[in-house]
Design a protein around this ligand. Structure first.
Ligand code: FES
Ligand SMILES: [Fe+2]
Length: 373
């Protein structure tokens, strides 16, 4: 894969940016504010795998994180057998929130309202004052959701009725690519969540075109990349954009072909439909979980996680620099631009966006959202 990618990137660099073969395409700005459309997108996200967190965030049995996905409050934990579990953070008795903390470590989960307790696998452990509560035993545990650990990420399908197979959802090519990139051998380094006043698709759009790199990122990362140069790929329903760094050509000429360090000098943004972006960043990974507000199309949450190779976890100066750079670039530039556009759409000043031929994946992404099962 690495060699083939290197060859494709070298010919792309020689060839230069692709002139437009099609006119720009106008799209209706309503798709970023329409409530009925939003309900369908939230339902779509809820019935597909969502990147809940990095698997290494739950290193030990009993480690847990609570979060809300597509409006569903969840506890994600690792049970006594090492298996990851996602369950409603909602007591089977009368619906109170069971675990109020954002994260931590637990031996059992215990509801503060009337003291019912649950095992790490969600099964009911004990009803408090059981002899007073019922003449028959009660066995209702926490409601389980489909959940799978794959490629170093814990994926949850928030809609209980759906089943989960991350491999099927990714498709064989992407599944193999993520294995080759060694995602499962990466460890969580840092996480931050951003609550943003914009539709979630405006965040995704930033990963689907390279047009803005030279302009929006002129004071941050643009100097490291040639302008307007990307390899745009599709993997079934998903998207990828490979962008070479300026140093790639020199790095390849310094080594024999079978030792080309292509992946050390390239960025690859994988937009997984719907709502997840895995960004290969020349040796480490940035994971973006782009989460729409459950009811309001003009709000969303982006959870950004940086994963680094487990064998190089101690190179903290390097990772701190990278974390600072990503936090200064994506939230402060990309997300800020998206929020600005959203404001102009929300106030009615924009009713059409003119999507260029060099931004075609944005239109394809919208189409992909309409046609997903
Ligand atoms: S609601 Fe949880 S124990 Fe009553
Ligand atoms: Fe960007």
């Amino acid at each position: 894969m690495e060699l083939a990618l290197g060859e494709r990137l070298l010919s792309k660099i020689q060839e230069g940016p692709t002139p437009a073969a099609k006119p720009f395409k106008p799209i209706d700005a309503k798709i970023y504010v329409d409530e009925a459309n939003h309900r369908e997108e939230v339902a779509l996200i809820a019935s597909n795998p969502v990147a809940a967190l990095a698997a290494s965030e739950l290193a030990e049995a009993g480690d847990f994180v609570t979060l809300e996905l597509a409006g569903t409050p969840l506890i994600v934990t690792r049970d006594q057998d090492g298996q990851v579990r996602a369950m409603h953070n909602v007591c089977a008795h009368r619906g109170s929130t069971v675990e109020p903390r954002n994260s931590g470590s637990a031996r059992i989960f215990s509801c503060g309202f009337h003291g019912w307790s649950y095992n790490l696998d969600g099964s009911l452990r004990a009803v408090s004052a059981a002899s007073l509560y019922s003449s028959e035993p009660c066995t209702s545990g926490l409601r389980q959701l489909p959940c799978e650990q794959r490629h170093g990420i814990i994926w949850v399908t928030p809609n209980q009725a759906s089943t989960i197979s991350v491999t099927d959802w990714l498709g064989p090519e992407l599944d193999e690519m993520f294995s080759e990139l060694g995602l499962a051998e990466m460890t969580h380094y840092a996480t931050e969540e951003f609550n943003l006043n914009c539709n979630w698709k405006l965040l995704t759009d930033g990963f689907l075109e390279i047009y803005h790199l030279k302009y929006l990122h002129r004071n941050s990362i643009a100097p490291f990349f040639p302008a307007h140069l990307t390899l745009s790929d599709r993997y079934g329903r998903h998207f990828a954009n490979w962008v070479p760094k300026n140093r790639l050509v020199t790095a390849l000429t310094e080594r024999p072909r079978d030792q080309w360090p292509v992946l050390d000098h390239v960025t690859g943004a994988f937009v997984l439909v719907p709502g997840t972006v895995v960004q290969w960043q020349a040796g480490h990974v940035e994971l973006f979980s782009l989460r729409p507000h459950p009811t309001d199309p003009t709000r969303s949450t982006a959870r950004l996680t940086m994963l680094v190779p487990t064998t190089r976890l101690t190179e903290t100066d390097l990772w701190d620099r990278n974390w600072l750079r990503v936090c200064q670039t994506i939230p402060e530039e990309d997300f800020a631009a998206a929020v600005g556009v959203a404001h102009n759409i929300n106030c009615g000043a924009v009713n059409q966006l003119r999507i260029g031929a060099n931004e075609h994946q944005i239109v394809e992404h919208l189409a992909a959202l309409q046609t997903q099962p």
